[in-house]
Design a protein around this ligand. Structure first.
Ligand code: HEM
Ligand code: HEM
Length: 175
């Protein structure tokens, strides 16, 4: 069956796939920069990767908003969830994909520092420090970020193992 722009009951369409795999690549980059900050502190790799963390994070934030709107628009056509767990798992992925960068942006705003992304000035900076905003980010951004990574690992394991567990593959829906 030809790949269509919109989703169908048997397969995700072109836009959903482009968003899923494009964002998956960016998430690999994003978690690499977070990991480099922890495990390769003060090396050249850390310097390079960490320098991209905020910008790639903002791009991911923009993409997840588009993806969520697209998911709602396609809700009645996309392949039905294989189980309640799968549905809840995907919902949790969305929740964290939105919360993690949103909390970082709130912290950034509250810090009063400027934010430039791809040469565009998103936050002018110079404002007063807003304590609850920086505290919220300090408390939750990194922790929820790692929780998202754990959920992604589970998601990939379930996608790969699904065939063995149930004798039918769901990979063709997205791959
Ligand atoms: C979906 C997007 C994002 C993911 C998955 C993500 C993930 C992470 C993770 C796992 C850490 C913890 C690193 C550690 O343990 O030291 C972290 C730290 C950090 N992130 Fe992000 N991040 C994202 C977006 C952003 C954005 C948009 C910004 C800035 C506007 C940002 C700024 C920071 C900063 C300043 C830290 C260091 C302080 C801290 O640990 O909270 N991140 N990020
Ligand atoms: C090697 C990596 C990955 C593989 C093999 C994979 C595989 C799949 C498959 C087969 C589906 C369809 C499942 C179904 O319809 O029941 C799916 C859907 C989904 N995946 Fe992944 N995935 C990967 C990475 C990721 C990453 C990194 C994220 C997010 C951080 C993610 C988030 C989602 C979400 C939210 C859905 C639901 C459909 C949607 O709204 O896009 N996946 N994935």
């Amino acid at each position: 069956m030809a790949l269509t722009v919109m989703d169908s009951s048997t397969r995700y369409g072109l836009v959903s796939r482009a968003l899923h795999w494009g964002m998956a690549l960016l998430f690999v980059w994003q978690f690499s920069s977070a990991a480099a900050r922890v495990f390769l502190e003060d090396t050249a790799i850390d310097g390079f990767l960490w320098g991209t963390h905020s910008q790639v994070g903002v791009v991911l934030m923009a993409l997840v908003v588009i993806r969520a709107v697209w998911a709602v628009m396609n809700a009645s056509r996309r392949p039905p969830a294989v189980s309640v767990m799968a549905k809840l798992g995907h919902l949790a992925l969305y929740g964290l994909m939105i919360a993690v960068p949103a909390i970082a942006l709130i912290r950034q705003y509250g810090s009063g520092r400027a934010l430039d992304v791809l040469g565009i000035n998103l936050m002018a900076g110079g404002g007063e420090r807003i304590e609850w905003m920086t505290n919220l980010g300090g408390l939750l951004h990194g922790e929820l970020g790692w929780a998202l990574l754990a959920l992604v690992v589970g998601h990939i394991a379930m996608a790969v193992l699904h065939r063995r567990l149930t004798n039918h593959s769901i990979m063709t829906r997205m791959a």
